[in-house]
Design a protein around this ligand. Structure first.
Ligand code: ADP
Length: 494
């Protein structure tokens, strides 16, 4: 009888269910989009019920496949958009408000208040995070402050808080389990990543009653059971999407790193059993908990990566589609043009919200293709800036970089990335690392695969070796750094 693992990949714009066989091969993907709700400028919400309904629908589509009906699903693994916050009634399962999505900025004043309370250093040291509306803690406070009577209900134990993994688990188990995993807990701003417990001081500062919090468990462990049309299926993994991609890329050893090239870039480096100090302003996060052992990671992100390619297509309208940028860049001579896409300021390691985008090195013969090439290259330079910060803070020299995400399909970009980093790039056969990570963890959790076996499953599709000299690299880095410097502090502070 065929055996399967299913990964539920609950993303920001769609819910997906992905079927794997017991060798770890991906057999089928089902996907449904759901509504993005924008009640006001900078507010972003999802309907939690729609998230659950789309997720259950795609799961059922997978379970209805003839081969699945005749076989056995060994385990489900859940991976999810992180930080997005849901609060629901423990008795009825009804959400008391729409989910506040990670992109939502309405809690900026609450963050300001936390800073005024002098919690910046405490927060960084104990939760690994900077005080920002991105993370769940201030979103929980906002809901409890704004839904009438909710704080009293929370204090009486009548409400549950969860990130999306927890919300899905609650529904998958029909209210039987209220739990999360270490990787998701470490994105809430209220979880102490040193003590591995909810942080009393942050809870107090945000007036969050403990009774609403889920139990925190290893990322691969038994979370509950889904009673499906084809029988009972144990849920054996939960993990945040970026950490899942790190696991899916088999970055199990300290010093291994992956970069996901999507709308933005997300870089994570496994730092092993230690929390690494980061003067460069990277985040500390929990990669996963396995068999009672916590693995930590450094995390940095680039705000505008694939989005800059979208700008070429939709804003400037100088390319028809993203793929085309590959051939154009390859066939265009290098004229030392630099595009700094600081459309929304710059993140790690500059942290300058007043910086804005600019183009450097224009001459009379600069054409649109030079602009396309330079924009593509900006993804690689920005990733290099984050990786340099990681290497500096961790004292670890990268041996290679694993890549995934939509834009990693671009061969020119990958070769250029290898060249500016001076480090080999490995692109896997399946660039769906997020779903694969959850499937691997679910397989590990149910005892199907060991870490060694998972390592062997990972198939490299293409390696990009360094082709340029140190001298070339030094020249390019110098020009890029100079370009960035000239974009800093561009607009007047409000
Ligand atoms: P997300 O998960 O953030 O939605 P994806 O991993 O689906 O992102 O990647 C989509 C992004 O990658 C888009 O911003 C798109 O412009 C960019 N992209 C997709 N394919 C390519 C390509 N071949 N070359 C350059 N950029 C690409």
């Amino acid at each position: 009888m065929s055996k399967f693992i299913i990964a539920l990949d609950q993303g920001t714009t769609s819910s997906r269910a992905v079927l794997f066989d017991d060798k770890g091969m991906c057999l089928a993907i089902k996907q449904k989009e759901f509504r993005q709700i924008f009640p006001q400028q900078a507010w972003v919400e999802h309907d939690p019920k729609e998230i659950w309904e789309t997720q259950e629908a795609v799961l059922n589509e997978i379970l209805e496949l003839p081969e699945v009906k005749q076989g056995k699903v060994l385990s489900i693994g859940v991976t999810n958009q992180r930080e997005t916050t849901v609060i629901w009634n423990r008795l009825t399962g009804e959400p008391i408000h729409n989910a506040l999505v990670w992109q939502d900025k309405r809690t900026a004043p609450i963050c300001e208040d936390l800073r005024k309370q002098g919690l910046v250093d405490y927060c960084k040291k104990n939760t690994g995070l900077v005080i920002d509306s991105y993370f769940s803690g201030t979103k929980i406070k906002w809901i409890l402050d704004h839904v009438e009577g909710s704080r009293e209900k929370a204090e009486k134990g009548e409400l549950c808080f969860g990130t999306i993994d927890t919300w899905l688990l609650w529904n998958l188990t029909k209210g039987g389990a209220h739990a999360t995993d270490y990787s998701n807990a470490s994105r809430t701003l209220i979880y102490n990543i040193i003590d591995l417990a909810w942080d009393e001081k942050m809870l107090e500062a945000l007036q969050i009653p403990k009774s609403i919090l889920p139990e925190v468990k290893d990322s691969a462990s038994y979370f509950g059971t889904y009673e499906s049309s084809v029988g009972s299926i144990p849920i054996c993994a939960m993990v945040g999407d970026q950490q899942s991609a790190l696991f899916g890329q088999a970055c199990f050893e300290k010093g291994m790193a992956k970069n996901t090239y999507g709308t933005g870039c997300f870089l994570l480096m496994n730092t092993g059993l230690e929390i690494q100090d980061s003067p460069s302003g990277l985040l500390n996060t929990i990669a996963w908990g396995l068999d009672g052992t916590i693995t930590y990671a450094l995390e940095g992100s680039v705000f505008v990566a694939g989005a800059a390619v979208q700008w070429l297509r939709d804003g400037l309208q100088i390319i028809e589609n993203a793929e085309e940028s590959d051939t154009i860049a390859n066939s265009t001579e290098d004229k030392d043009v630099y595009v700094v896409p600081a459309f929304a300021g710059l993140g790690t390691p500059y942290w300058d919200m007043y910086s804005r985008g600019a183009i450097f090195g224009l001459t009379r013969d600069t054409g649109k293709n030079h602009l396309i090439k330079a924009t593509l290259e900006s993804l690689a330079y920005q990733s290099k800036d984050v990786l340099d910060a990681m290497q500096k803070d961790s004292g670890i020299q990268l041996q290679k970089l694993q890549v995934d995400g939509g834009a990693c399909a671009n061969d020119y970009l990958m070769q250029f990335q290898a060249d500016v980093l001076g480090v080999r790039i490995e692109r896997p056969e399946m660039i769906e690392s997020t779903a694969i990570g959850a499937a691997y963890l679910a397989g590990y959790g149910v005892g199907l695969w060991s870490l060694d076996e998972i390592n062997q499953k990972r198939k490299i599709n293409q390696v990009f070796e360094v082709q340029r000299s140190d001298q070339w690299r030094a020249h390019k880095s110098k020009r890029w750094n100079e370009a960035v410097k000239r974009t800093l502090n561009w607009i007047e502070p409000l």
